[in-house]
Design a protein around this ligand. Structure first.
Ligand SMILES: C[S@@+](CC[C@H](N)C(=O)[O-])C[C@H]1O[C@@H](n2cnc3c(N)ncnc32)[C@H](O)[C@@H]1O
Length: 490
């Protein structure tokens, strides 16, 4: 039967052995996952890249062993008609929109007729959603109760729920699951060479951390499932690394938060059909109607017939979009770049500076954001830069009141000398950071004729966006510095 052919060899394995592997292969897999877990729990700040390569090597060995035992990807498009019927059977009104493939965003929703801003577009009832609550009604319920990792990580619970439902040909959610993408463009799918293209960007370290976290979770969960009695949970026999990477990516790129029926708590959920909407700039227009117990999505703006219906995923930088949603949005009005700054412990004025920063609620060392708009520096960064560059006299002179009023205010200056130091410091920092991006010949040339992989193009696109923020901040700092130089001459 058609559906059965979608299942993996492992799930339909008739030897009764775990995951369709031979005894010796199973032993090798247990060995590898043990090594993986050990490697992943070790701190790796000193040699993050080397540690990543070792983890990657182990994961690849696991994947090789599991080759042919993953869920076989199906053609999602062929399942759309059944999905739409399922929605209609569950009283979802699909008359305003239809599913269509778009050039840069993949599948999405198209307006079937003209839509007015704020018009109610989609209503999805709770019973169609996969949630961390519905997960508790599966074999995961007792596991979550007894496992601290699962209790603290709703995304993991939802990913496992999705995998369990994927194993079940009779799952209520089968028509939905069959329409999910076969693969994703989250960094979990990037090769080491593709990740190397992120060199210079702070997101590279986040990508390595994400890879390590997921590898660690996989190794941990694999061990957990192997320890369960037969028949307790289908994931004992069907849980490959690729399956887990797929499920985690599906959840990361599509989940949303909804309230529990009593409205007391927010829980993670997959909302079928609504999650076909792609992202654009704007504001949130999806809400939960507790009275009707459904999610409601309103139009972000007017849409003409045939136009793609977008929603707003939230105020996220391109680095976050790449990390958690697997895409970069060059028109992103909320793009930011995090730069690392800190007061050195060797600075003789360390204590004075830290005390002042603490009064303002600003960290003495950590990540500060640069923004993509007209004003790349916010009040927090400005106050930090001013305190960072102050001499002893200035630090002692500044009263608490003045700090609050002036230090974060771009319009007022503390002293000409300090302003020059601040802006010249920022200019130099940006120019150094820009240089760290210059190792590749991307120069923003991402043309249509480019033969690089889609993942490589995403990395280059991100670098281009981040370099543009640095370049604009550099120019901003330069113009400010010049302004104070001119004032000095005058
Ligand atoms: C919630 S799903 C939306 C439906 C999805 N396009 C599909 O084919 O199933 C989110 C995914 O859509 C894609 N996406 C959403 N908005 C995008 C955008 N503005 N540009 C590029 N890709 C986008 C990304 O791959 C993202 O991970």
């Amino acid at each position: 039967m058609g559906r059965k052919s979608k299942r993996s060899k492992a799930a339909s394995n008739e030897n009764g052995d775990s995951g369709g592997l031979s005894k010796s292969q199973r032993k090798e897999l247990m060995d590898l996952t043990k090594q993986l877990l050990e490697k992943c729990v070790k701190p790796s700040e000193q040699n993050e890249w080397g540690n990543f390569l070792e983890i990657h090597d182990l994961v690849e060995r696991v994947r090789k062993l599991q080759e042919g035992h993953n869920f076989l990807p199906g053609d999602r498009e062929t399942h759309f008609p059944v999905f739409l019927t399922w929605l209609k059977d569950n009283w979802v009104d699909t008359t305003a929109v239809s599913i269509r493939k778009f050039e840069h965003t993949g599948y999405g929703l198209e307006a079937k007729k003209e839509v007015q801003e704020s018009q109610l577009l989609l209503t999805i009832p709770r019973k169609l959603m996969l949630t961390t609550e519905s997960a508790k009604l599966t074999c995961l319920g007792s596991l979550v109760d007894s496992d601290p990792l699962l209790q603290s990580m709703p995304t993991v619970v939802l990913a496992l729920h999705l995998l369990i439902e994927r194993c079940d040909v009779n799952s209520l959610w089968r028509p939905y699951i069959d329409t999910l993408p076969e693969s994703f463009s989250t960094p979990l799918y990037f090769t080491p060479d593709e990740i190397q293209l992120l060199k210079g960007s702070p997101v590279m370290s986040e990508v390595l951390k994400q890879y390590k976290h997921i590898a660690r979770q996989y190794a941990y969960l694999h061990k957990l499932f192997q320890g369960l009695p037969d028949g307790k949970c289908p994931l004992k026999h069907q849980f490959t690394y690729d399956d887990y990477r797929w499920a985690v990516s599906a959840i990361m790129t599509r989940q949303n938060q909804i309230p529990t029926p009593d409205g007391q708590q927010m829980i993670n959920a997959l909302i079928p059909f609504w999650d076909m909407c792609n992202h654009t700039n704007g504001q949130f227009t999806t809400d939960y109607n507790l009275e009707k117990d459904c999610s409601e999505c309103f139009a972000l703006r007017n849409f003409k017939e045939g136009e793609q219906i977008y929603i707003f995923y939230g105020s996220r930088s391109n680095a976050q979009l790449l990390l958690y949603s697997g895409f970069v949005f060059p028109e992103n009005q909320n793009d930011t770049l995090d730069i690392k700054l800190g007061i050195s412990k060797n600075d003789p004025l360390y204590t004075l500076k830290i005390n002042l920063l603490t009064k303002l609620g600003i960290i003495g060392s950590g990540m500060f954001s640069l923004y993509c708009g007209e004003q790349p520096v916010d009040s927090k960064l400005l106050a930090f830069l001013r305190i960072f560059n102050m001499n002893e006299e200035q630090l002692k002179q500044i009263s608490e009141e003045e700090c609050l009023e002036k230090l974060g205010d771009l319009e007022s200056d503390v002293s000409q000398e300090l302003e020059q130091k601040v802006w010249s410091f920022l200019e130099t920092r940006c120019s150094l950071l820009l240089r760290s991006y210059q190792n590749f010949e991307d120069n923003g040339k991402i043309s249509d004729g480019d033969t690089r992989s889609d993942n490589a193009r995403l990395c280059l696109q991100l670098r281009k966006c981040e370099k543009s923020i640095l370049q604009k901040t550099l120019e901003f700092a330069k113009s400010k510095k010049e302004k104070y130089n001119i004032n000095e001459l005058a």
